[in-house]
Design a protein around this ligand. Sequence first.
Ligand code: ADP
Ligand code: MG
Length: 686
Amino acid sequence: MRPDILNPLFAETGTLDGVGPKLKKPLDRLGLEHVKDVAYHLPERFVTRLKVENLDQAGEGEQVIVALTPTEHRAARSGRGPYRVLAQDSVGNICALTYFGRASYTAKKQLPVGEERWVAGRLDRYGDMLQIVHPDHVEKSPDALVARLREPVYRLAEGLTQPRVAGLVEQSLAKLPQLPEWCDAALKLREAWPDWADALRTSHRQEAEKARDRLAYDEILANSLALMLVRAANRRRKGQPLQGDGHLRDRLQLPFPLTGAQRRSIDEIVADMAQEAPMLRLLQGDVGAGKTVVALEAMLAAVEAGAQAALLAPTEILARQHFETLRKMLAPTGVEIAILTGRDKGRVRESTLLGLMDGSIQIVVGTHAIFQDTVNYRNLALVVIDEQHRFGVGQRLQLAAKGKRTPHTLAMTATPIPRTLTLAQYGEMDVSRLDEMPPGRQPIDTRVINAERMDDVVGAVERHLTSGQQAYWVCPMVRDNEMDDIAAAEARYAALRERFGEDVVLVHGQLKPELKDAAMERFAAGEAKLLVATTVIEVGVDVPNATLMVIEQAERFGLAQLHQLRGRVGRGAEKSTCLLLRGGALSETGKQRLALMRETQDGFRLAEEDLELRGGGELLGTRQSGDTPYTLATLEQVQRLLPIANDDAKLLVDQDAALETPRGQAARVLLYLFERDWGVTLLRGG
Ligand code: ADP
Ligand code: MG
């Protein structure tokens, strides 16, 4: 149970004054669900304004506060373009106050002709006219503005303004409870960190390195501590030691020798499984590194020892593909394998459930359906989770709770993340790395092309398809909004279909599973030649004859994601090509990132360099990307503070495993505050 002291922080944002259904939407879009989220919505930066007598005293681009008298309102021409209010300063300079969209209603009310107003905003030039676009404040007297010479600037969403957010932040800061101190006293003293509530308040008022560090440290510590508790709880659990005798593995007839990295990983996994403490291991390996075979060997070892194994895939498509691959490979062993997804119903499902219960099915592949309450296993002892990055730690734990005794867990991920972040994200696990690709892979010819050359690109696709090969076309991520992405994909699909007819199929996240699978199956069978997709193909799909990948607006993707997408091609004997289409205006970093994609195919290197290029000040986490556990800490802070937090968390768990001392109790509050309560839940059992 969450400590009561946190209740005010976990009240919905709807309980704040002035937040109705209309504000709720933009707040949700920013991920501001609870009062604490608003309190933690820290300024991106601060503006410092200059109060001037007249506009001659201000330079372009400067933030000013100035008295202006409106002389004329100019409505938008033919309903388009901005609404402008012309206004005069004390010495006769004319300045346009410019409003776009619905903001013009406010302008009409706030800026009556002939009445002096104090305006705060950024002075710009439009043609040969001075202008201020969307003034931040318009007031009758300067007093209120002068109090705000220095002001935070918050990340906004459509429908929110700076003053609005600032007001909500004020309200939420007023609700901060007095929380017990979870920071180590000596550390806090050494770093001269403020108390938690102080740190929050200060961070909203000014650039405050110490305060920001403290808040970031809290987040990092919460995460490290939760992972440490998982690790400790796991060590106390009883699993089932599995000693395979190799009789099934010997019957496998793999068409290739295993790589050294695969052998090493298999050895590590098999050794873990032979222990009584349940395995908690991450298999990290680039796309195409050959994780499936490693999983297969592990599952066979479990079956040899008389147990069952389950492989969990994040999507239906991937589950089916794994099932087909594994079924073929398993044929010479006589091992029974079944698939179970939400789509399997009726008789087939019944018989699968029966087989899992009586143990006649030894390996099951599926989506989440394999862990529903209605599914019972005779002796499930190994759970393999593919594309682990799609699942959170909470879900990992849920799975572990399934067997009578805790099953061994092998998590696999193809997201090559840097070492620092591996620790941050998977700190509770041991790690095996497949850092060696199977031999004979041809490098993928990667080119960056300006999107204006669309005709050439479509021509290249046409030649490619005519030669009998297949291609992927990945549509842009339009915004954070999935529906917009789908609209863009639909439009591209329509255009390409006009050109290539029946040969084109479309896959996106909102398609009914049947339609999606039908499209994927047509593509995998070679009936469809061109697969147009949003990023849903990111994960795992394997079609060796697909040797061309087109990615629209490549600059919008993270390097790791581009790398994963590109990894869909280059899986067969033919030479593969990847065309990265880019928009016209590209930042320097944007250019460097795409250049890097051309230069290397090493996912781990791309991940490290991506991090470098993003720079230290950048936030690591965006809520949707899920590739880091942090939303507050910057890269630089993680690199500096994570080692300290890890040591601190370890010490805390060593000294007070049940978190019962005063500091332990405070640490519980911390875990709840950062919604790492799965860490706390483990304490009960232990
Ligand atoms: P991923 O790590 O992305 O899941 P897969 O397991 O799908 O990779 O393997 C990619 C391809 O490489 C498959 O076609 C697989 O059969 C092949 N492969 C795996 N291991 C080897 C190996 N040691 N030598 C040659 N090919 C291999
Ligand atoms: Mg895979």
